[in-house]
Design a protein around this ligand. Structure first.
Ligand code: UGY
Ligand code: MN
Length: 253
């Protein structure tokens, strides 16, 4: 039997208005100040996006030292544990913990368990006249209630940031869970952009006029106006954490 592996195949697709990134093509990036970790730049402006999404895998000696400049950064612990130091205070983080750092904040993430995985979303902050910039947030997903989405009890939405009550936030990060067999009630087509990664489950994502099988660990970029729909398959809920730009005047015209 010929056991040659076909290395020219990939499940990653990059189109003008969307991308499906499954990790089979990852090549690591070195980031100044971040040591003993693997960094994959999953989505960024080189693709046409107006935000950035990274996946960081920390070794036991891994450390992320830096300062947010023009961009705010949202960090979410997907696996493992570590410690964050910011605002002169140390906090332990575990799976499901998240940290929102506004612009101009120094931070150190260290003392990780080997193989700790952190997702980040970065967005250039757009000031709003008369509003102070948001404060740091350190919390855990379990503190946030799951709300029924679009009157369907099989669609559950958790808002991790207070963007719906506080216009000083120009980004949202939500965790969206679909019970087995549930689907988005219509094909969404909107000005807001998305980046996401699947935390659990599987299903089929429609992006523009293409259909993609998707599972835990896969990431997606959706440009503004990319038609989007998802249906969950299999026997366990499908869950993704996603970024969305919000709360700013929608045109310069
Ligand atoms: O918030 C949203 O626009 C969300 N419903 N979109 C999505 O999950 N593709
Ligand atoms: Mn959407």
């Amino acid at each position: 039997m010929n056991k040659i592996k076909l290395t020219a195949l990939s499940h990653t697709y990059v189109e003008r208005d969307h991308a499906v990134i499954t990790g089979d093509g990852f090549v690591n990036s070195a980031v100044p100040g971040w040591s003993n970790c693997e960094v994959n730049v999953v989505i960024n402006e080189a693709m046409g996006a107006k935000f950035c999404q990274l996946l960081i895998t920390m070794e036991k000696t891994g450390k992320l030292v830096g300062r947010t400049e023009k961009s705010q950064i949202f960090f979410y612990v997907m696996e493992g544990t570590c410690t964050i130091k910011t605002d002169g205070k140390k906090t332990k983080l575990k799976k499901g913990s998240y940290v929102y750092l506004p612009i101009g904040k120094e931070y150190v993430f260290d003392k990780p368990k080997a193989n700790t995985k952190i997702l980040t979303f970065h967005k250039v902050y757009e000031h709003l006249d008369g509003q102070a910039i948001p404060q740091t947030i350190i919390a855990h997903e379990s503190e946030k209630e799951q709300n029924i989405y679009c009157d369907d009890p099989d669609l559950l939405m958790q808002n991790l940031l207070p963007d719906q009550a506080d216009m000083s936030f120009d980004m949202a990060v939500n965790i969206f869970t679909y019970m087995p067999g549930a689907n988005l009630p219509f094909v969404e087509t909107h000005i807001m952009e998305h980046g996401l990664i699947y935390l659990a489950g599987q299903g089929i994502y429609r992006l523009a006029d293409k259909w993609y099988p998707i599972k835990k660990g896969d990431s997606i970029w959706m440009a503004p106006y990319c038609p989007q729909w998802f249906g969950a398959l299999g026997k366990e809920p499908a869950t993704y954490i996603y970024y969305k730009n919000v709360n700013r005047f929608p045109t310069v015209v």
